[in-house]
Ligand binder design. Structure first.
Ligand code: ADP
Ligand code: GLC
Length: 502
């Protein structure tokens, strides 16, 4: 079974969030399960620089006005998975992020950038670029790959089956409808049954409308997105497609996130011998300018600083958290105004609140290892990975009961402590009063070392590895392969792509 796995982020080549972690870990486990998987990524400069074993395989002529481009064959640096990079200098070779410039403004040509990326993906999957390779399954991720199922569905002849994974419905890839004629799609304007969304083009809706199967990243989020509260306006369409939609929980890659082997930590530790965690804590306190005190409860946050993650509520609650006797270490980036509020709180409470704005992978490891409590509130959370990593590092999550947080954390209600199943603390409403009560419950348990240690051991012993979830993706691919197996002949004609090229 040949799978083309298409994503705009793959750790360690390019990462802005959990999508990168998933796009690195899931294909690796699927490969181990016998799937022939190839990854496709835009040729961002850092990604090209850090990919291994590079060679140019295909030169492509000007396409949709983007100038010459080429397909680079490579391997992922750490796991040696086959990787294709779409090297289109005019679209992807820029300083700044994958979606935004250095001033955090969306690139004005994002529609064209990702349309080109999707057309190249479609051609590769259809066997039009390499003489001996075409895909049985196309697995497209998030809006960046949302046009791909639409392009594939619109081709004549036999085609790969398509799976579209929604990692976050809040990011939709919305563009003015006037751009439609430039995207290389059939017709002159978007149709309501296709990718038109309230007068705009939605790349996310394209993925939802045209894919054979839909997945999202936790069972609870799969149910939530059928409601107006979480569906971001797409709930009606998702309800119509509900029989093709499944929630498959993300996993944690313990090759990277294991305190026993983590090279970023000043001391390693594990379930049997947790002494190193104290070393990590005092080292981080010193590093961030917090009072060095191994006994103080350390509340940590590693997150995008956005409203999704309730960063506005956290900013309000910070003084109250330290009044309860805890220290706070916050690492993240995102919304500038919220970042400033975090920084202001740190200036008012030196030694008690430390804030580091920016994206720093090694620091994220050190913080998760040093903390006692991970603060992980969210207005919605498709899955969330940080809480999975934190548990392995013996840092107990405080989460809001939503999405994947619901599916991964067992609250320390009296019964779950008695039964030995508790792994963290959960609250219901997205407000500071509920969140603070929950933090106070966590701090109260922290003051009872024996009870704390019991829940901590339970959290550290959880296995959220990928094997079970990867098998569920594999089952989904198998379900679709009767269709994929019918692809016997290489596709020769492709009217949509001809139109795009012409
Ligand atoms: P999301 O994708 O919504 O941001 P996830 O919990 O799925 O949330 O994934 C977040 C990933 O990004 C985790 O690997 C986390 O460690 C990492 N991360 C978030 N913020 C930072 C940061 N400021 N520095 C380093 N890593 C970060
Ligand atoms: C998104 C979601 C997050 C999820 C990640 C990987 O960024 O916000 O909840 O864990 O994708 O699927």
């Amino acid at each position: 079974m040949r799978v083309l796995f298409v994503s705009s982020e793959i750790y360690p080549l390019v990462k802005t969030g959990g999508l990168a972690d998933v796009s690195a870990a899931l294909p690796k486990v699927l490969t181990a399960l016998g799937v022939e998987i190839q990854l496709l990524l835009p040729g961002y400069p850092k990604a090209i620089e850090s990919a291994a074993d590079k060679s140019v395989k295909v030169e492509l002529a000007d396409f949709m006005g983007a100038g010459p481009m080429r397909l680079i064959s490579a391997l992922t640096p750490d796991t040696a998975l086959p990787l294709w990079l779409v090297d289109c200098p005019s679209l992807f070779r820029r300083s700044g992020g994958p979606y935004q410039d250095e001033n955090e403004q969306d690139w004005p040509d994002n529609a064209q950038r990702f349309a080109v990326f999707n057309h190249v993906a479609a051609r590769l999957s259809l066997g039009l670029l390499l003489p001996n390779w075409r895909a049985d399954i196309v697995h497209a991720n998030d809006w960046h790959a949302g046009l791909l199922p639409a392009i594939v569905a619109g081709t004549s002849g036999q085609r790969p089956a398509t799976v579209f994974t929604m990692h976050n419905l809040a990011f939709q890839g919305l563009f003015p409808a006037g751009l439609y004629p430039q995207l290389g799609l059939p017709g002159d304007s978007p149709i309501p049954e296709g990718l038109e969304f309230y007068g705009k083009i939605s790349f996310l809706k394209a993925g939802i409308s045209y894919s054979d199967r839909l997945t999202t990243v936790s069972p609870t989020y799969a149910r939530e997105i059928l409601t107006a509260e979480y569906g971001c306006g797409l709930e009606g369409l998702l309800q119509r497609r509900a029989k093709d939609l499944v929630g498959i929980l993300n996993g944690a890659d313990y090759r990277i996130w294991d305190p026993a082997t983590d090279a970023h930590l000043p001391a390693n530790f594990n379930l049997q011998n947790i002494a190193g965690k104290r070393v990590c804590k005092t080292a981080l306190q010193a590093e961030l300018g917090l009072e060095v005190d191994a006994e103080a409860a350390l509340v940590v946050l590693v997150s995008r600083i956005t409203e999704q993650k309730m960063a506005d509520v956290v900013a309000v609650a910070l003084p109250r958290i330290i009044e309860s006797g805890a220290q706070c270490a916050l690492v993240g980036d995102g919304d500038c105004l919220l970042e400033e509020r975090f920084e202001l709180a740190a200036r008012h409470h030196p030694g008690q609140i430390a804030v580091r704005i920016g994206y720093e992978e090694p620091l994220a490891h050190r913080v998760l290892a040093a903390g006692d409590i991970l603060l992980h509130p969210a207005r919605f959370e498709p899955c969330g990975l940080t809480q999975l990593y934190a548990m392995r590092y013996g840092t107990l999550p405080v989460v809001r009961n939503t999405g994947g947080l619901c599916d991964t954390i067992v609250d320390t209600a009296e019964r779950s402590v008695r039964q030995g199943t508790a792994t963290g603390f959960a609250f219901e409403s997205a407000n500071s009063a509920d969140m603070l009560l929950c933090i106070e419950r966590a701090l109260a348990l922290y003051r009872q070392p024996l009870a704390w240690r019991k829940v901590q051991r339970q959290a550290m012993a959880q296995d959220f590895g990928w094997s079970e979830s990867a098998r569920r993706y594999l089952a989904l691919y198998h379900d679709l392969t009767p269709q994929a197996a019918a692809i016997s002949e290489a596709v020769t004609a492709d009217p949509i792509l001809e139109k795009a090229a012409g």
